[in-house]
Design a protein. Structure first.
Length: 77
């Protein structure tokens, strides 16, 4: 399990969960804040919060796969 998500992975995660408005609703955060996460990435605490919010909403999304795909692109590039 990854502890943080770089901006590219944060973008994949947020889009995979339904986009900034949906994630803002799930996490009870302003949409502008969610947009900033797409720009700066997700800290450990924020990533844990998103995992819990997604589970609470019944959203099935593989966070680790999204993060790993970005890490593998960096390694193979």
């Amino acid at each position: 399990m990854f502890d943080t998500a770089p901006p590219e992975a944060a973008r994949l995660i947020i889009e995979g969960l339904g986009g900034p408005p949906k994630v803002a609703e799930m996490t009870k955060a302003p949409v502008t804040t969610v947009h900033s996460w797409m720009r700066v990435g997700l800290t450990r605490a924020r990533l844990d919060h998103m995992r819990l919010a997604a589970a609470r909403e019944g959203a099935e999304f593989d966070f680790d796969e999204a993060i790993a795909s970005v890490h593998s692109e960096v390694v193979t590039a």
